[in-house]
Design a protein around this ligand. Sequence first.
Ligand code: HEM
Length: 380
Amino acid sequence: MNDLDVNLPKGFSTQRNIFYKTYEQPVEYLAIARLDPLHCDNEMAELPAWNKKGNVDAIVGAILKIAPTTTVISSFTESEAHAALRDLGMLMASVKKHGVEPETLVPSVVPVMVALGSIASMVPRETIMHYAAWNPDGERQRCFTHFFDEVKVIQGTKIAIPGLERATLGLAELQSIPLDSPEFVRHARLVHMNMSAMVKAIVFTIVNVNPRVFAVELRPYYDPFTLNGVEYMGAGAVQLPVFVFDHLLWSSDSRDSVFTQFKEHNIPYCTPVFRTLYHHFTGKASLVRLACQMLRDVRTPSLHQMQSVQAINDLLDVLVRFRTPHKSLANRAFAHRDDQSLGSGGYRPTILEHILDLTLEAKHDLKYALRMEQEPKEQR
Ligand code: HEM
């Protein structure tokens, strides 16, 4: 039935993770958050005040003071490189917010960031993982501003990340579990439970973040900046591997060029495991396609097969339950910006409507295949 070649990358398993509490941050992430390899806790604590005053000189001074030499970072671990990129990246993004391409003011820091990116196997600036998952809580938390809404944006994203990551890894495993087995439904329910963190995160954000504060005060810190002339996008939740989840569930075989371009644009900002997963499944049949194919092929689906189709539909529903309120939130926030304004990922908010429509289409495809299956074969 399931004809995919699903040799997952080496060392790849979700069994270890999937039973954890949904919001519990993985110990590796807490360890990165604790690190301060550039000894800049004091400078990072000053950043909101410097930004408030537009004190670019102070920020540039801090970058030059804390930036290590390439010789020093050659002994950095991957985790130290993440923590260093988090701090240097937020300082550089602050300079950009005040209207200057940071590399023109601190060219000596560019090779350092590039080297850190290479040690971390990530892009050479801070991403949403640095800004949220790898950002410490409490006194040491790195923020661009004094707005409490920013703390809540970070917390909201932290609520989403562990569940989303486990759900996406679990979905990869689901690809190799036969649709006609009870294991499929059991595993899909765990994926569902983890993915529900996205819905909780967006509700939390709606309750706690003022859309105007987000649009006017925070969004400018998530702009792109260049390194060696190459543009890198700012830290936005658009970089979360939600689109990798989409990829595995319904879109690895999609012909929609807008969404394909969106995925290709964002994939470089994901951590290596999700990049590998994305490329591994590109062009292969998604779970929705497999389920539709199965419904077309079998004479009468078994109880397990029907339950598996329902479980896949439930996973699509979680995406809809995240996307519908998120789109309203984004529209409310962007009403405070001009019409041409872009999200941190470089897209207009209208992309959200498009992705929601595609998700609903996938649900429709599944429902249609189910209806066809229920019609007597001779009537087809
Ligand atoms: C006030 C808060 C927020 C606003 C105004 C907002 C706005 C936007 C906008 C305009 C986009 C379009 C793409 C782009 O950035 O270029 C986007 C994409 C996205 N955002 Fe948000 N966002 C907010 C909070 C969040 C939170 C808390 C999460 C998750 C925890 C999230 C997850 C996503 C995802 C996954 C996408 C990609 C599109 C999709 O999968 O539907 N956002 N957001």
